[in-house]
Design a protein around this ligand. Sequence first.
Ligand code: PMP
Length: 322
Amino acid sequence: IKWTEGRGWHEAQLVPYAPLSLDPANMTLHYAQTIFEGLKAYRRPDGSVATFRPEANAERFQRSARRLAMPELPVETFVAACDALVRQDKAWVPAHGEASLYLRPFMIATEVGLGVKPANEYLFVVIASPAGAYFPGGVQPVSVWLSEDYVRAVKGGTGAAKTGGNYAASLVAQAEAAAKGCDQVVWLDAVEHRWVEEMGGMNLYFVYGDHIVTPELSGSLLPGITRDSLLTLARDLGYTAEERRISTEEWRRDTEEGRLTEVFACGTAAVITPVGTVKSAGAEWTQGDGTPGTVTMRLREGLLGLQSGAVADTHGWMHELG
Ligand code: PMP
């Protein structure tokens, strides 16, 4: 779907997958006005297909657009575009289970010009790709590196938007984590390097027995849709859930003193991933005995069960496509 100043959204088309042709002076290539989303379509046991909370992705896409001075796509148009692609590619939605059809809606500027200003032409596209189970060999805890040298986002910056530049800025920290023998980076706040924000592509949860805590929306972390869903789902399953600041000292102390029993990360790609070993410049510790915790696995099964249609959708989160 195209957008032009004065004309708005027009020319919705469903076309075969093909390369985009871009002018070398395309403004996105230089000034990075680019935003995206990620969501999944699941096959239910009866063969029908449904996406998980696409309206929530559409609303986050609008917030990202506002932050990047891009035009807002109506929620219904975003959802209708995803629906049209899933219906077209229905045969590609894998059989029931953890596998899914991953959808990647995105928007770029298409105006040609070398001046720095919001573009006056944009293109919204949705592509899709089948995605297998994230842990085909069973759920494995990830090891994480607490990044003190780099920050992902600052207050007033673009951290709460899903824009390419945030991910470009994270690559060097991800490489540092790998060099330290860790799978993922954990980002801390930009001022004190003390408050936990989020992981590379997932939000974090801390399990204190029957009470789960997730870092509050600081303005510089991405408001994950999985994070938001788990606040509700955890309460459904009898846990209490809280959003508050949590520091790295608390993380370490409460783990060592046995109060903080499990830590997990959550996001569309892996749904829920247990965190095992935690490393920073001056410390190293491991959550539990290095195997996935019981609360982590219960929430994982609850959410996946709902998404794959095995558990009743009491919140109306599944968008049924027949
Ligand atoms: N944080 C970041 C930086 C992400 O890229 C993602 C993935 N979209 C998340 C958190 C988790 O968000 P969601 O649950 O909406 O996938």
